[in-house]
Design a protein around this ligand. Structure first.
Ligand code: NAD
Length: 472
């Protein structure tokens, strides 16, 4: 937890807990975060599903591969799949569930084809949701609404968003809820998404909807070092969230090329040096920057596998007082330069600097979704980043590559430490986890997108905001 969040420290003392309960203050708990060597899930996973679902085999396989101690309810195909995957799936009844603690509840809702069947959700989660452990997980899996076969199925599947988001708001003690829409035919693409969402790597991701489609074949990877042998470019890497992204991708095995403005070359070299990476000092808005970045990556590394567009600036003023320089600089750094650099890296198709199977990850912001007072320039640029992801997803999919975005909420950095106390406290607490996230939380979401196993994860914008009330 960040040093500056004294409230969370205080509220977790015995006296703090008494005061919190008596006057109904928010009750943040320190979130569990992943460290190398940790298991994906520590504890029991309860797997359920509506009749006719298509993910029984996938779920049983993933549960077995992560070494989960799994239970499956009485649905016959789920039990058979669990047994086939070698899982010890003990008998399950709602009454028995009420006596257990679960590290995760996973529900295959793909069998729900009309609204009347949504009651399956209540039947499964009502006796179990209060049994979710501290920092536990609730994951619902559905069918992408646009890929359904009837109006009723589409309506019922769309309903899952409301269910999952509301359940996320009811979970306590650092537990989170997510919905994954799986396209028909993409059942074998789920591994990286489930591992991310079930583990403490997704500590500050809450109330999100992720779409998984049919990408290219999922390669066999070492889950401890999924980026071994890969080259990753991270812009704005000298500090804050960028430095955390660089460290996380290096932990996952990548050679990191950190980029930042020439004025910060010293700090940049300190970051990349400590990670065994390389430093590239340039301003991404310079006219020659796209060509120079492309040429450097081609010459030094033969190409690039992962590109993280993290560099960003704010120049806040209300619209009535917004001068041209503030407006232009924010659009240039946060959006226009991102597009130019992307174009330079993907130009030339088969000879492109972005390698086959490449990954591009943009850093947007919840301000780009909800808007924010005094940030018309910033919100415009960050909404544009989400548009860039939408616009490029199909082009990249055609080359076995992907593009996604993270949209951070309140993240504890030097930038947010400077916000006046009252505004800072509001930003920090106005989310389901009642606390700010850490730079590493954004970095873990980026590492998930960057994984070679995330080939079917394309065109998503995932918020890392603890289910912020803003623009929810
Ligand atoms: P930061 O200011 O600490 O870091 C941004 C980095 O980008 C700096 O090192 C800066 O020098 C670099 N940079 C800026 N302009 C550049 C340019 N023209 N060329 C090359 N490098 C340049 O900010 P941060 O809080 O770490 O934010 C990182 C990203 O996350 C940004 O895109 C920001 O908009 C986004 N974000 C942050 C938060 C938050 O709460 N901190 C919330 C939402 C989104």
């Amino acid at each position: 937890m960040a040093q500056a969040d004294r409230y969370t420290e205080l509220i977790n003392t015995p006296i703090g807990r008494i005061v919190q309960k008596q006057i109904g203050l928010p009750a943040p708990v320190p979130l569990k975060r992943w460290t190398p060597g940790d298991r994906v899930v520590d504890g029991r996973v309860l797997i359920g599903g509506a009749p006719g679902g298509r993910l029984a085999t996938t779920l049983a396989k993933v549960a077995a591969s992560i070494g989960a101690e799994a239970s499956t309810p009485l649905r016959e195909d789920l039990r058979a799949a669990a047994a086939a995957a070698g899982l010890d799936a003990g008998p399950w009844t709602p009454a028995a569930a009420a006596t257990q603690r679960y590290a995760a509840l996973v529900f295959d809702a793909t069998g729900i084809t009309e609204p009347g069947q949504l009651s399956e959700l209540r039947e499964f989660f009502s006796p179990t949701i209060r049994r979710v452990a501290k920092s536990g997980r609730l994951v619902v899996l559905g069918t992408t609404p646009t890929a359904t076969r009837s109006a009723s199925e589409r309506i019922a599947q769309r309903s899952l968003e409301g269910f999952t988001r509301a359940a996320g708001k009811e979970l306590k003690a650092g537990a989170t809820a997510q919905l994954v829409y799986v396209e028909p035919g993409a059942e074998d693409q789920l591994d990286s998404t489930l591992r991310f969402l079930l583990s403490s790597r997704s500590a500050y991701v809450d109330g999100q909807v992720i779409r998984v489609g049919s990408g290219s074949d999922v390669p066999e990877i070492d889950w401890e070092r999924p980026l071994a042998g890969k080259v990753a470019l991270v812009t704005g890497a000298s500090r804050g969230i960028g430095a955390a992204i660089a460290a996380t991708l290096a932990r996952d095995g990548a050679h990191v090329v950190g980029l930042d403005i020439p004025a910060l070359e010293g700090d940049l070299k300190a970051v990349t040096g400590s990670l065994g990476g390389s430093a590239l000092a340039l301003d991404i808005t310079a006219a020659e920057a796209p060509r120079e970045i492309a040429a450097y990556l081609k010459k030094e590394h033969g190409g690039v596998d992962v590109v993280v567009h993290n560099a960003g600036i704010t120049r806040d003023k209300t619209l009535g007082r917004m001068d041209e320089a503030r407006w232009d600089s924010v659009i240039e750094v946060n959006l226009a330069a991102v597009q130019r650099v992307t174009d330079a890296l993907i130009a030339g198709r088969s000879r492109a600097v972005l390698n086959q199977g490449g990954r591009i990850v943009c850093v947007a912001s919840i301000a780009g979704i909800a808007g924010n007072f005094g940030q018309t320039n910033y919100a415009t640029s960050k909404a544009g980043v989400i548009g860039l992801v939408d616009a490029y997803a199909d082009t990249l999919a055609a080359r076995g590559a992907t593009i996604n975005a993270v949209a951070p909420g309140f993240i504890e950095t030097q930038m947010t430490a400077k916000i006046p106390f009252a505004t800072r406290e509001a930003g920090r607490r106005m989310n389901s986890l009642s606390q700010g996230g850490l730079p590493v939380d954004v970095a873990e979401a980026i590492a998930y997108f960057a994984s070679p196993a995330s080939t079917g994860v394309n065109g998503n914008t995932v918020r890392v905001c603890g289910q912020s009330l803003l623009g929810a």
